[in-house]
Structure formats: C-alpha cells, structure tokens
Design a protein around this ligand. Structure first.
Ligand code: ZN
Ligand code: ZN
Length: 253
C-alpha cells in the first residue's frame, strides 16, 4: 500500500492568512501545510480520506486522474469543504462513492443539498453516492477497513485501519475497547496540534503518550498548527520511531 500525505495542517492551514507568526513566514516547504487528508493506493485502487477546502489543489499537485472514492472522518469544514471539487471525477466515473456514517451524511446533505438532491438537479452538479459506514469492518476494493471510533471533544470521529496502517485525526480521547483495534500497527498516523493543551485535539505530549501506549512500529504526526513550531526543530525532539508528516510525504508499506 502507498500512502501520500495530501495535507498535514490544522483547520486554517499553514501559513494562516494574514499571520506574521515565524512559522507562517518560514521558507521551509515542510512548514507549508494544506488541510489534513491522505491518499491510499493499493492494487488498482485509490481512495482519499477527507475532502477539505484544499482538495482541488491536492489532486492537481499529485496528478490524480482517477479515484475510487472518499472516506470521511467527521463533518468539520476542514475535512469536507472541498466536496464540490469532486466534479471532474464524477464526470469521468459517474457517482463518486462517499463512505461516511449517517450523521455526516445528514450534515453534508444540508450543506451540499444540490449534490445529493434527486429533483431539479443542476446539470453541472457533482455526482456522488453514499455508502454508510458503521462501527464495524467493511470491504473497500480488495481490502478490509476497520473503523475506529474516538472523541473530538463532544463529536465522535472515525479513524480507519487498513492492514497494519491506521489514520486517526482530530482525536482527543479514545476508549480502551477502540484502542484494542490499534494493536500491532506498522504505521500509526495521528493528530498532534501544538505544544499547549486544546479542548478537542491532542497536543504533542498527549499524542506521544498515546503512541507510547499503542506501540506502533512507526508513527507520523499530522493535523499540525503553526503553534507546534518549525518542522525541522520539532522533529529533532521526537522519539526515534516518531516523525512529523509533511505535505507530499509518501510511504510504501
Ligand atoms: Zn480538523
Ligand atoms: Zn475537526
């Protein structure tokens, strides 16, 4: 399986519009972060996790000509606001399969009414179909996906495990029975917002504690705020099996 980090930034991205914070002004390419999303590829399949406001730019940057569908973690705009830009894929393949729980479906049907309505459709509207995800394994292409549920403040979020790789973003707390699904991972991708605590996101120390507890072979941190600091400086302080992800990073597993 190939993993491409399409974006590794928190909700405003880095640089933040109008910010004079040193990380926002950094010339290091690794300090420029689009909104968080990954691309997963195996056999002939290509799936995207989340579809934030930078989706179009991410698809262009990675020369993505074709996808098999999009999995969603939760409904926040930084994970869903790019949905209109699935149009080119829909014109080419028909309905783009969207994998998400019922709550996210209800939310997107309100916010993107014109995509989901069956009556009086605007001819250029995006084509999408919905596959409801429950907290139980499902098949995706030739692989099995295990949803992992956790809390983002008061909102439940789904992470996804495929083989020995798991992608968890916008996590703050996770119950022990869900942690059981995260044993013996080769790669754990997990959010780490900044140094200070935050009500709905893990900070760096909390993310490192969870990594220590789950013992993946390697961990990559994502959904990063400019307040975490410079990529090059933060990475030096991390344990040897933990890395800061950056936009465009590719892993082969
Ligand atoms: Zn987010
Ligand atoms: Zn969120």
């Amino acid at each position: 399986m190939k993993i491409t980090f399409l974006g590794t930034g928190t909700s405003q991205g880095i640089p933040v519009i109008g910010s004079t914070h040193p990380v926002c002004l950094s010339s290091d390419k690794k300090d420029k972060r689009l909104r968080s999303s990954i691309m997963l590829e195996w056999d002939t399949y290509r799936f995207i996790v989340d579809c934030g406001p930078d989706f179009r730019q991410q698809m262009l940057r990675e020369n993505v000509e074709r996808i098999n569908g999009i999995l969603f973690t939760h409904e926040h705009a930084d994970h869903t606001a790019g949905l209109d830009d699935i149009r080119p894929f829909g014109y080419q393949m028909g309905d783009v399969p969207l994998y998400m729980p019922e709550r996210i479906t209800d939310n997107l049907q309100q916010r993107f009414y014109y995509i989901f309505t069956k009556v009086n459709r605007y001819p250029g509207a995006p084509n999408a179909s919905v596959d409801i995800v429950y907290n139980k394994p499902f098949n995706l292409g030739s692989k099995k996906v295990i949803p992992v549920e956790f809390m983002h403040g008061k909102i439940p979020v789904f992470g996804y495990r495929i083989d020995d790789v798991a992608y968890l973003t916008d996590l703050k707390t996770i119950e022990d029975d869900e942690k059981e699904k995260l044993k013996q991972l080769d790669v754990l991708i997990i959010n780490a917002l900044r140094m200070e605590t935050h009500p709905t996101h893990l900070n760096l120390n909390e993310a490192l504690d969870l990594i220590e507890e789950l013992q993946p072979k390697k961990a990559y941190l994502t959904h990063i705020s400019h307040k975490l600091g410079f990529h090059a400086e933060v990475e030096k302080q991390l344990p040897k099996n933990v890395f800061l992800a950056y936009d465009g990073l590719r892993l082969s597993i």
